[in-house]
Design a protein around this ligand. Structure first.
Ligand SMILES: Nc1ncnc2c1ncn2[C@@H]1O[C@H](COP(=O)(O)OP(=O)(O)O)[C@@H](O)[C@H]1O
Ligand SMILES: [Mg+2]
Length: 366
């Protein structure tokens, strides 16, 4: 969630001085106005707090929750979450400290079946960390939802996720949902797809392209791992793209058998389709890698806006603006406006229509 939040490292004295991490999400009281910052409504934070209290005792691969405190008063309202401190996977992948063994471990330990009826709605390198004991766990727990065991639906009230990490057929499912919630099996499939992408990043490096055929091709071509590993990922990612009918434990077993020490292919030898770096859209690669700062993302969005004024018929600009606004800036209000503008240019477009449905559903419960 990119809402108004404050993060801090701390020492948890109650548990004998363990390193802790605090996240405070500012909340808008029942009566107060938004005061210029996008604050989340207290009813929604109350629901998050309730879920976290349940998750705290669930046997699932999430960061250890130390405390959950709702504050509501004259001065300061919000939710304070105390967690164990972990090492974000993002920093390890960026530093080139991950490889095949981590991919295998991610596939085995974070797959949806390990979460029971819980689902994490935004698995990515920033939202997964490594504990000191070596296990991977999910962080950013506002994105953790509990399915309704009976009806097999899940009430995702804040559908913030990185659209570029999800195959188009799964995106379509997210756009089609009704107020009643999303079907749990499909959301679990989305979770598993995101886990596969994350596992691939541990071997191939951070993904800089959309999750589609062309993106997979470029990503694999640019990666510095062995030819056999590359082949494995090319095959696997394509499979996930087509139907999502895959078993993560089997993938992990298969990957373990791949020859890691095989021939290394120098990325210089691989021809990758050229995008000029001066091109506005080339910044989208850093966006997708997750390496742009909030300020840089805002600047990128503004420049896209200027481009859109003169080139409203270029659908890439609307897709990119919607990705920035919904997946990275998490602004459903702007998402609605953009999807409406895109639909003026491309009437009846199914993808933009899905964006609109999703943004409306999300924005309706601030
Ligand atoms: N328990 C934790 N231990 C260490 N770092 C954390 C922890 N929780 C969050 N972080 C760091 O803060 C970043 C943002 O936290 P996250 O909960 O994902 O917030 P946001 O809602 O902004 O996405 C993470 O990517 C990670 O770098
Ligand atoms: Mg996050």
């Amino acid at each position: 969630m990119a809402l108004h939040s404050i993060h801090a490292s701390a020492t948890w004295l109650r548990s004998g001085g363990v390193p802790a991490y605090l996240k405070f999400i500012g909340g808008r009281g029942h009566s107060a106005g938004a005061q210029g910052v996008r604050l989340i409504g207290m009813p929604r934070l109350e629901r998050v707090a309730k879920r976290l209290c349940m998750a705290k005792v669930a046997q699932i691969p999430i960061v250890r929750i130390l405390s959950v405190d709702l504050w509501e008063g004259e001065g300061l309202s919000g939710l304070l979450i105390g967690m164990e401190q972990v090492t974000p996977l993002m920093s390890q992948i960026r530093a080139g400290e991950t490889g095949r063994n981590d991919s295998v471990q991610v596939l085995r330990s974070l797959r949806s079946s390990e979460f029971g009826n819980w689902v994490h709605f935004d698995i990515c390198p920033r939202n997964v960390g490594r504990r000191t004991s070596g296990e991977f766990v999910a962080i950013d727990l506002e994105s953790l939802y509990l399915g309704d065991g009976g009806q097999g639906v899940i009430d995702v009230s804040y559908p913030a996720f990185k659209h570029d990490r999800v195959p188009r057929h799964v995106l379509r499912m997210c756009g089609k949902v009704s107020q009643g919630g999303m079907p749990l099996p499909q959301v679990q499939r989305k979770h598993d797809g995101e886990v596969v992408v994350l596992a691939a990043e541990c071997s191939l490096g951070l993904k800089a392209y959309n999750f589609d055929d062309a993106g997979v091709e470029q990503w694999c071509a640019e990666s510095p791992c062995s030819a056999d590993e590359r082949d494995f990922w090319r095959r696997t990612l394509r499979r996930v793209l087509v139907n999502g009918d895959f078993d993560l434990a089997e993938l992990a077993d298969e990957l373990e058998r791949v020859d890691e020490g095989g021939i290394m292919v120098s990325t210089d030898d691989v021809s990758v389709s050229n995008q000029s770096d001066g091109d506005l859209f080339s910044r989208g690669r850093d966006l997708r890698r997750g390496t742009l700062s909030r300020k840089e993302i805002a600047e990128y969005r503004k420049e896209l806006g200027v481009y859109a004024e003169k080139n409203a018929g270029d659908r890439r600009v609307w897709e990119e603006l919607l990705l920035v606004s919904l997946a990275y800036e998490k602004d459903p209000g702007r998402g609605v406006q953009l999807a409406e503008q895109a639909l003026v240019q491309f009437p009846g477009d199914v993808g933009f229509q899905d964006n609109l449905t999703l943004a409306r559903m999300w924005g309706g419960d601030a």
